[in-house]
Design a protein around this ligand. Sequence first.
Ligand SMILES: [Zn+2]
Length: 347
Amino acid sequence: MQGEILEGLAFTGDEFTPRNVKIVIENGHISEMTESKTASSQWIVPAFFNAHTHIADTVGMDTPIDRPLAELVAPPNGLKHRLLRETPPDRLVSAMQDTIRFMKVTGTLGFADFREGGKAGVDLLNQAADPSVGMFVFGRDGGEFAAQGFGLSSAKGTAAEEEAVRLAKQAGKLFAVHAGEAGVKDIEAAFALDPDLIIHATHFTKAHIREATDRDIPIVICPRSNWLLGATADARRPPVHEMLDAGCRVFLGTDNVMFVAPDMFAEAAFLQTIYKIDSIDILRMMTDGFSLMGRRGRIEVGGSADLLLLDGGYAGRWTQDPLTSLITRLGSRGITRVISRGNTISL
Ligand SMILES: [Zn+2]
């Protein structure tokens, strides 16, 4: 779609500053943004990036959480991995397609997935892919060479693991690892592998946060997953405020689709309620993962037109803080239109 003009209250620039604007979209990009006098109840929000998912385990949706974390999700024999092995490939593809569609209609236009099952697993995800949703795949067990990155379940400090990471990096892949989810034991081994991305950091100490910040390693937090799977029952874990205070780059993810709906608005609302994080920081966490794909995730002239349009009528009449109301009042059910690179996606 070319030459479209949108009007409304847009959350613009680096600070997501709410401004009444007219936005011109040309060739998939924002070519112009000017102040608008027209009162519109439409809110315009940058699309989200879900920085950590396992979408194949959609096939185990809402399996009861009735055993310890390791027995549920740890490879190779956790319940999840048994389920994935037992599911025929066409059902896995169909489940992943459904979840990508769910993410899209709830405002997510990019995600980073940990894909199990080696190269075959990565191939199935590519079959499920949707061109309007950006995808950064972390494969494993050989799948990393068919993907953009290597995703390690958890570091154990073995020579085999070190070699796998070395080969992946040599092939130009990014390396991501779960660390500090259930405790502190796997954290040093994770840092020793020089990761490009850390997932969870639930039990990171100040020193760990310092290290991640100094080495400019972004952390993906997945708070609802941590609570549901018993990795925390404490609003200080993961230590989100300390991460932000240290200047660490923090992204938001929803983790296993098996247990958590990959709705970024829902994750944001949880983060706001339980962790009392400022809305502006939450918006950053919801969009900054686009940096994995070399994109910015902001509404700005020259930026890609990846936008959510929402009905802001009710909140717009009463709110004292649009950024907060966006999360607490509108949420994904307020979305009326999703635009990916200038093209409207049917909801
Ligand atoms: Zn995970």
